[in-house]
Design a protein around this ligand. Structure first.
Ligand code: ZN
Ligand code: ZN
Ligand code: FE
Length: 764
């Protein structure tokens, strides 16, 4: 049989995932000679053997790649036989392109877990144990190709034993770039503010209700025993955070199941390589301190994802509060010195280590809805994996929104969303936005020349985008971006209907939109209907739902509304009511809004559920929590087709809720009816629009669809009505996803070379 040679190229997530040892073993198995090499393009293999053997080898290569690998492209090219007599692993070379996908951080694997729990193992209780199947990646990578010297592990030269593992193609740690052991790797230190150093991982302090700042993978956490009310209360008080729920970490899946209902899909998500925080329904409300998640029946749960996290637990400690260590919406703290300064007065002890965190990365947040994963905060474990686009696009930077900012950079058919950067109106987050963009440019080896941004003139990302020179700039309406984002991740290119519901987005008419119906393709979306405008009396109203309830009552019912306000909004001072009336009469410091978020706020306040908002969506979340999901009766609403775009009036809803209040109907019933009414309203509008446009595909997007009750009710009705419904599963439905929609719209605008069709500004 004649020997032939092939050069095989594999692109995708193929570095740092055990790909070369896998190729090496496979080559031996199939009697292939030649070599394998990590290059900037991915993995290159030189294979010499008979045609049949190479074909079988190639097939096996694609059929069963290592668990964490993701093959995006593969090619083979015939070459001249060079006569290799064995198969070996070649040293990395710097190629001219950088098509290697960097792996996200991967939670500790079972093999490594066994080692750290085994007293006879040299890595017993060593917090930085990892292998090619697990460990830090994105958070420590400073440049590509992914080699130890280009990670923050460069500070830790390997000891001879680790080096042997690293060099052995048959070892689990072969070319595991962050490989380390107690002799050569990073170390933890447990200390207090006075500089006293303690041994261990702080178990005795947790048991004394102390709070420890723990440096993890993507940043610091504040950690305490979640069963200790005194600790949880102290953490709330010190962090000056009254309501926003704390996430917890459970020792293992069994503990998570003790406190929460865990479906098989939820268990799989908890234990997936990304190990996100998963929002679970609690079994009972009284088995943990109420201060963990005030007013809601769910709990954000994650499992230990690094060896260090496993070591925080012992036989008595089974559930720990694990909340991001930052000061009021500033970026997560990643630096030891910064932690000691900024967390003084919050943390009692500091469990720190000397491995630098290069890329700050929050915990991801996800949920399972009707058996499917939805991601609400996309960060650790998912970033920087790309989202596939329907077609190849130019290099575009989408700058994202303001709250929950992410940006998005495209390369070929891939869209790379940054990790969640938070509210970039905060200085520190904005700084992170500024330095993360060039990091992505370097990592992807691209230089965007097209920039897409939100139309809100005051968004930091928008100001920044407009100040960039030499770029083609494309402004994208906020809700258009939401809709396009959902279309992009579902690979939809055809026209669709969409209902987009959120709190705030700058509209084409200068009003604040947020309950919008569109029809069309991404670059040609027409506003078909929206919630009737209401004045929004000042930004402060977003934090004070009673003001919104008052506005609705007064605008809809005049003086009669004032009587209801007196009766049902007792927390709104009379003086403030007088000022509000003047403000509404004169339209002073008010903008018009069709926001769904504000409608939720208003009803929530009228029902006395939430009167003060400390985190985005709180009023709606608390209302969803108490809603009776079984109600059948809906309130009336007005669908006004006399004007274009059509308008949805909610007077009937407010009358209905007031009637319920007067008759003493339980709040749970009213809240349930409100949700059901919204679903019915959306269904009616979409049916009308289907009749007019012939479109049967419906896109659901916007932060309001994190509301599981509304999402389920609506999806069920629409599906039963014969619609094809798409929604978000890969990127957040909230503003964390709009950067993807921005680039999708920009790519279509560029492709068609249209401008100003649906308000997309296009400047050069
Ligand atoms: Zn491992
Ligand atoms: Zn070592
Ligand atoms: Fe939004």
């Amino acid at each position: 049989m004649e020997t032939v040679a092939r050069e095989i190229r594999i692109e995708g997530v193929v570095q740092g995932v055990g790909f070369r040892p896998f190729v090496f073993r496979l080559a031996h198995e199939y009697g292939i000679k030649g070599w394998v090499l990590n290059s900037s393009e991915g993995v290159t293999i030189w294979a010499e053997a008979t045609e049949e053997r190479i074909a079988a080898f190639y097939e096996a290569l694609l059929a069963n790649p290592p668990k964490l690998a993701m093959i995006v492209h593969h090619y083979q090219t015939p070459r001249q036989v060079q006569g290799f007599d064995h198969f070996f692993i070649k040293h990395s070379e710097a190629g001219d392109r950088r098509d290697v996908l960097i792996s996200p951080d991967v939670s500790i694997c079972d093999d490594c877990y066994q080692e750290i729990m085994d007293p006879s193992d040299r890595r017993y209780r060593y917090p930085f144990t990892n292998c090619t199947n697990c460990g830090p990646r994105f958070t420590i990578i400073m440049d590509v190709p992914y080699d130890r010297i280009k990670t923050t592990m460069r500070d830790f030269p390997m000891c001879p034993v680790c080096q042997r593992e690293f060099d052995d193609p048959l070892h689990r740690r072969f070319h595991a770039q962050p490989n380390a052991c107690p002799d050569c790797g990073p170390q933890v230190t447990l200390r207090d503010l006075e500089g006293n150093v303690y041994s261990g991982f702080g178990h005795e302090f947790f048991k004394k209700a102390k709070i420890i700042a723990v440096k993890g993978l993507g940043g610091f956490h504040l950690v305490c025993d979640a069963t200790r009310r005194d600790a949880v209360v102290a953490l709330r008080r010190r962090k000056i955070r009254e309501f926003k729920p704390f996430a917890v970490m459970c020792r293992n899946l069994q503990v998570a199941e003790k406190y929460c209902y865990v479906s098989p899909e939820e268990a799989a998500l908890l234990e997936s390589p990304a190990h996100p925080i998963v929002i679970l329904d609690r079994r009972r409300q009284d088995d943990l301190p109420p201060e963990i998640a005030p007013g809601i029946k769910t709990l954000g749960v994650m499992l230990p994802y690094t060896p260090l996290h496993h070591l925080l637990f012992d036989d008595d400690l089974e559930i720990l509060i694990m909340t991001s260590a930052n000061i009021s919406d500033d970026p997560l703290i990643i630096d030891n010195d910064e932690a000691l300064i900024k967390l003084k007065g919050i943390a009692d002890y500091f469990l720190m280590h000397n491995r630098q965190i290069y890329n700050r990365c929050d915990d991801s947040l996800a949920a399972v809805v009707d058996g499917e994963v939805q991601i609400y905060r996309r960060a650790r474990g998912y970033v920087p994996l790309p989202v596939d686009l329907p077609y190849e696009v130019p290099v575009i930077l989408g700058c994202g929104g303001e709250l929950k900012n992410t940006f998005c950079m495209t390369k070929g058919k891939s869209a790379f969303l940054s990790q969640h950067l938070g509210d970039i109106n905060h200085y520190g987050n904005y700084q992170q936005f500024l330095y993360t963009i060039p990091r992505f440019e370097k990592m992807l080896d691209v230089k965007p020349e097209i920039i897409a941004y939100d139309l809100h003139p005051d968004y930091m990302a928008t100001r920044w985008a407009k100040s960039q020179e030499g770029m083609t700039k494309i402004g994208v309406q906020h809700h258009h971006a939401h809709m396009a984002s959902c279309m992009a991740e579902n690979l939809v290119t055809e026209p669709a209907l969409g209902v987009i519901c959120d709190g705030t987005g700058y509209g084409l008419d200068g009003a604040i939109w947020g309950f919008e119906f569109f029809a069309g393709t991404p670059a040609h979306l027409e506003r078909m209907a929206h919630l009737a405008y209401m004045p929004l009396p000042g930004e402060i109203t977003i934090k004070r739902p009673t003001r919104m309830a008052f506005t609705y009552l007064y605008e809809l019912f005049g003086d009669v509304g004032l009587k209801y306000a007196k009766k049902y909004l007792p927390t709104l001072p009379e003086e403030e009511q007088r000022v509000l009336i003047r403000q509404l009469e004169n339209r002073f410091n008010t903008v018009l809004t069709s926001s769904a978020g504000r409608l939720f706020d208003g009803i929530s306040a009228l029902l006395g559920i939430c009167t003060r908002v400390q985190y985005e969506g709180q009023a709606a979340i608390e209302m969803e929590t108490i809603s009776d999901p079984e109600v059948q009766e809906i309130y009336s609403f007005e669908f006004n087709k006399q004007v274009k775009p059509y308008q949805l009036g909610v007077r009937g809803i407010w009358e209905g809720v007031l009637r319920d209040l007067e008759s003493g109907t339980p709040t749970a019933i009213s809240a349930g009816r409100f949700h059901l009414t919204l679903a019915a309203m959306m269904e009616e509008v979409l049916k009308e629009l289907r009749g007019e446009t012939g479109l049967n595909l419906v896109v659901l997007s916007g932060g309001v669809f994190q509301n599981k009750l509304l999402f389920r009710l609506l999806r069920k009705r629409l599906t039963e009505a014969g619609f094809r419904v798409i929604y978000h599963r890969k990127v957040p439905t909230n503003d964390g996803g709009i950067s993807l929609g921005q680039v999708y719209i920009a790519s279509e605008v560029i492709k068609e070379n249209v401008s100003c069709h649906t308000g997309q500004n296009h400047e050069n």
